[in-house]
Design a protein. Structure first.
Length: 122
């Protein structure tokens, strides 16, 4: 059941080699239109963690590859093509809006980035 549920989420959040979390600017009702903007680092981290756990449980490399793609959301592989993790400060911006990233670097966002990065460590 967990794998089926995760595959449902994958179908709705990956387009090619880009991870696009459901945005927080509204709901994603059943058979409705999903939101693309106000994406949050916390969602990306949860996806990285879930994919990593599924890889560990099943040994299917596909999940590890998707975890890396999702993590790259922080590094600029996102719908705006902008880096969300700030290497200068070590902080993480608070999300992706329709036309720009939220330049606030809150603790939740920074911890989310660090946790996602730890999830990918061998």
């Amino acid at each position: 059941m967990a794998e089926k549920t995760l595959n449902f989420l994958i179908a709705h959040t990956f387009k090619g080699t880009i991870y696009i979390p459901v945005g927080q600017s509204g709901w994603f009702p059943k058979e409705g239109v999903r939101q693309y903007f106000d994406q949050q680092p916390e969602d990306t981290t949860a996806t990285v963690e879930a994919l990593n756990v599924m890889f560990q449980a099943t040994g299917k490399k596909h999940y590890k590859e998707l975890a890396n793609i999702a993590f790259n959301w922080f590094l600029g592989d996102n719908i705006l093509g902008q880096v969300v993790y700030d290497r200068t400060t070590g902080g993480c911006y608070d999300g992706i809006g329709e036309k720009f990233i939220n330049l606030n670097q809150g603790a939740e966002s920074t911890i989310s980035y660090l946790f996602a990065r730890l999830c990918l460590e061998d």
